[in-house]
Design a protein around this ligand. Structure first.
Ligand SMILES: *Cc1c(COP(=O)(O)O)cnc(C)c1O
Length: 235
């Protein structure tokens, strides 16, 4: 299958899920996850009308972003170490995976130095998986005001990576909990948190039915990811 065909299929899946729950497809943004794929894949996707791309490693992004069309916009979606916050702040429009107050403080510092504003989402470990990064929901509620106080960071909403499941229905409760937590956070802050980034290739329909405004899709667009050699420092 070509990228054009894959993209059409993903857009159709998104539109059908929206139709099932009476949502306007324009309220859901497709973030094309280009990790492990070359800048040429980004160029091809941009030509087909894709505008937002997701990367999960700074080192890879540092090479790929300058080699990609200037109109591509970039979201960071992986675990970010504080010592990479400077590059992250320079390269990305949004950091979807802010997973600690310490990281937020470092991003604030770097955004200040670069005289720019960064959009952020907070990553929530809804299912409490030991293998995953992200806020525990209770801790997020406790730290929310501190997180919202950084002048160079704009808190737009919540993000989660659901547990792997062969049956997407199984992760519906995870997506629903993220939406409910978002509603609670918005009420506590007295401000809307419009963005919910949840759903990937295997479960984007369920995520959209539960309120996703961003789906992050890699495999269903670009095919299986080639393995790439990485330097230890980037792990
Ligand atoms: C790789 C990745 C995706 C895309 O996953 P696919 O199953 O290939 O669609 C989405 N979100 C995050 C955080 C990822 O690391």
């Amino acid at each position: 299958m070509s990228l054009a065909e894959n993209l059409a299929a993903v857009r159709t899946r998104m539109a059908r899920a929206c139709a099932r729950v009476g949502r306007d497809p324009a309220t859901v943004t497709l973030v094309a996850v280009s990790k492990n794929h070359p800048a040429s894949a980004v160029t091809e996707a941009v030509a087909l009308g894709v505008t937002v791309f997701g990367e999960n490693r700074i080192q890879e992004a540092r090479a790929k972003i300058p080699a990609s069309p200037a109109k591509a916009r970039w979201h960071f979606i992986g675990h970010l170490q504080s010592n990479k916050a400077r590059d992250a702040a320079a390269l990305f429009e949004m950091i979807e995976s802010v997973d600690s107050l310490g990281l937020a403080a470092e991003l604030q510092k770097q955004a200040e130095k670069q005289a720019r504003t960064l959009k952020i989402l907070v990553e929530v470990n809804v299912a409490g998986e030991a293998s995953k990064f992200g806020w525990n929901p209770d801790r997020l509620l406790a730290e929310l005001n501190a997180l919202n106080a950084f002048p160079r960071l704009e808190l737009h909403g919540l993000m989660t990576v659901a547990p792997y499941a062969t049956d997407a229905e199984k992760v519906r409760p995870v997506f629903r909990k993220l939406r409910e937590l978002r509603d609670r956070c918005a009420a506590d802050l007295g401000a809307p948190l419009p963005v919910l980034s949840m759903g990937m290739s295997g479960d984007l329909e369920v995520a959209i039915e539960e309120g996703a405004t961003i789906v992050r899709v890699g495999t269903a667009l670009f095919g299986p990811r080639p393995r790439i050699q990485r330097e230890a420092a980037d792990e």
